[in-house]
Design a protein. Structure first.
Length: 135
């Protein structure tokens, strides 16, 4: 299934539509996340979800902020350990989200943004004792 935004729909509206609980896309996400979780459980692998936000807006009035919180809450309701690094990214890049981009025309996360995400992942792994290191 290819997800397309209509020309009259802005990016925020598109994300809100495809992540609506009743949307087929969201139902497929849940189904596939549960398949991965079951596979991890069978292999005794710890499972967690990291929510990666859209990197085009970290302002205080980002209309997607509530969506990230809602997605986080949905996964937690299903007892899926979830990391939402949005607030940390917003704190660092709210004055200029382009400082989080890999290049001026590619809004994938750069090294600094990935470092922030990695630190949040490490904190959750450490706090929840998910990694067992043998000395």
């Amino acid at each position: 299934q290819v997800l397309k935004s209509s020309s009259a729909e802005n990016l925020d509206e598109y994300y809100l539509r495809i992540n609506n609980k009743k949307n087929e896309n969201w139902q497929n996400v849940i189904k596939n996340v549960n398949k991965i979780r079951e596979l991890c459980e069978k292999k005794n692998i710890e499972f967690l979800v990291v929510i990666l936000p859209d990197f085009s807006n970290f302002s205080e009035n980002n209309s997607l902020d509530n969506l990230y919180i809602d997605i986080y809450n949905r996964f937690n309701e299903d007892e899926i350990l979830t990391i939402n690094p949005y607030k940390s990214l917003q704190k660092e890049f709210k004055n200029n989200e382009k400082n989080s981009w890999i290049s001026s025309d590619d809004n994938h996360p750069n090294g600094k943004a990935n470092e922030i995400i990695a630190n949040e992942i490490f904190d959750v792994i450490d706090t929840n004792k998910l990694l067992h290191i043998k000395n």
